[in-house]
Design a protein around this ligand. Structure first.
Ligand code: CAA
Length: 388
């Protein structure tokens, strides 16, 4: 599966966690990935299993039953998982990067004990609800309204594109706490810890997607949903800032997912080019195929290099606003291009479901869309060029 030479100088600990993830992915994910994709089946039994391995608390301190991994180690795990099953990779990326990070950085001690600890143990899956039908790239256009009433908030609205929103035990949801007659833009948005047992919570439409079919994506409907005020996260009016902060981490997770997809497509193409005979010899003997494989390997390596440069900067405590967008833009566009080339190497066999490259191509597309489209990544990168 790994046709590329490892260029990272990994520590023994990083090599161990990478091996653990690779073995788990090869034995417990890869054999099922095509069936789960075909049936749009979310394998719920994976949640406790991933918890057992520590993969649902990778960035959480040991005090809250997490693994306290560095960003580099965390992304090595995601890359291995994505190379086998990109749907499981997004489950891990969303859970570890978004709700877990928001609770860790902004939660009170009581909120961390109640929600973060069971999340890290794999007892509760986390989700993140920012987007709405009319608030996608323009995240500050959130309309879901939270109105204070006694010692609780009453939430009304619809959140969309919520990864695993129908399976999560904890959802970090952004809603407006400003009033309709005094709108404050992004500053009027707060973050709430939502649990599916709250009265007024329901799961709406489940999307029938092109790719990542084993990862459910749903709408969530809040109909006079009463949320106790101790479920408010951090300061009122700071919800959008917390969400964008955690998305900075999330974008590294999606980069690792895209690198895993690209790496898998390259590995399948290399293997197929050695086996497929045309004109009396293996097609890898033709320069047209060699150059294609060389370009694919070059782009996967470039994206991987940028990803781990960004991760190392994160581990040094540096700002990665621009780097995480550069990593996501590079990796997602690489994954789309490399999976397209892989299909070309397979020819007609790449266009049908008998081989995995068709699924990898479909899975790659969303990495250019979610957690900020490629256009939004370019906007963030450009803004940082002329930031003070
Ligand atoms: N870290 C910390 N704070 C940040 C930040 C960051 N990375 N980015 C922005 N902020 C702060 C800003 O400083 C600002 O705070 P102040 O008002 O105090 O100065 C506040 O957040 C608002 O930021 P902007 O003024 O830059 O906001 P904007 O309205 O101009 O929008 C944007 C900027 C880049 C377009 C942003 O809205 C954005 O990233 N949009 C894309 C949203 C997105 O990625 N959605 C994906 C949803 S999740 C998903 O895909 C589903 C899933 O489950 C996987």
């Amino acid at each position: 599966m790994v046709p590329l030479r490892e260029f990272l100088a990994l520590t023994d600990e990083q090599r161990d966690i990478q091996r653990l993830a690779r073995e788990f992915a090869a034995t417990e994910l890869a054999p099922h990935a095509a069936t789960w994709d075909r049936d749009a089946h979310f394998e719920r039994a994976l949640v406790p299993r991933l918890g057992e391995l520590g993969f649902l608390g990778m960035l959480v301190p040991e005090d809250y039953d997490g693994m306290a991994l560095t960003a580099v180690s965390y992304l090595l795990v995601l890359e291995e998982i994505a190379a086998a099953d990109a749907s499981t990779a997004v489950m891990l990326s969303v859970h570890n990067s978004l709700p877990s990070q928001m609770l860790l950085t902004q939660g009170t001690e009581a909120q961390r004990q109640r929600f973060l600890r069971p999340m890290a143990r794999g007892e509760l899956l986390g989700a993140f609800a920012l987007s709405e039908p009319d608030a996608g790239s323009d995240a500050s256009a959130v309309r879901t309204q939270a109105t204070r009433d006694g010692d609780s908030y009453v939430l009304n609205g619809t959140k969309s594109w919520v990864t695993q929103g129908n399976s999560a035990g904890v959802i970090l949801a952004m809603a407006r706490t400003d009033t309709p007659d005094a709108r404050r833009g992004g500053k009027g948005i707060s973050a709430f810890i939502v649990t599916p047992d709250l009265p007024g919570f329901s799961v709406g439409k489940k999307e029938d997607k092109m790719g990542l079919r084993a990862s459910p994506t749903v709408q969530l409907v809040f109909d006079n949903m009463r949320v106790p005020d101790d479920h408010l996260l951090g300061e009122p009016g700071q919800g959008l800032v917390y969400a964008l902060q955690s998305l900075e981490h999330g974008r590294l997770g999606i980069s690792a997912q895209a690198v895993g997809i690209g790496r898998a497509a390259l590995a399948h193409a290399v293997q197929y080019a050695a086996e497929r005979q045309q004109f009396g010899k293996a097609i890898r003997e033709f320069e047209a195929i060699q150059f294609k494989l060389a370009d694919m390997a070059t782009r996967v390596t470039q994206a991987r290099a940028v990803l781990y440069v960004a991760a190392a900067a994160k581990d040094r405590g540096e700002s990665i606003t621009q780097l995480s967008s550069i990593a996501k833009l590079t990796a997602s566009e690489m994954a789309m291009w490399v999976t397209t080339q892989a299909i070309q190497v397979f020819g007609g066999y790449g266009y049908v479901k008998d081989y995995p490259v068709e699924r990898l191509f479909r899975d790659a597309k969303v990495t250019e869309i979610y957690e900020g489209t490629s256009e939004i990544q370019r906007l963030v990168i450009a803004r940082e060029l002329y930031a003070d």
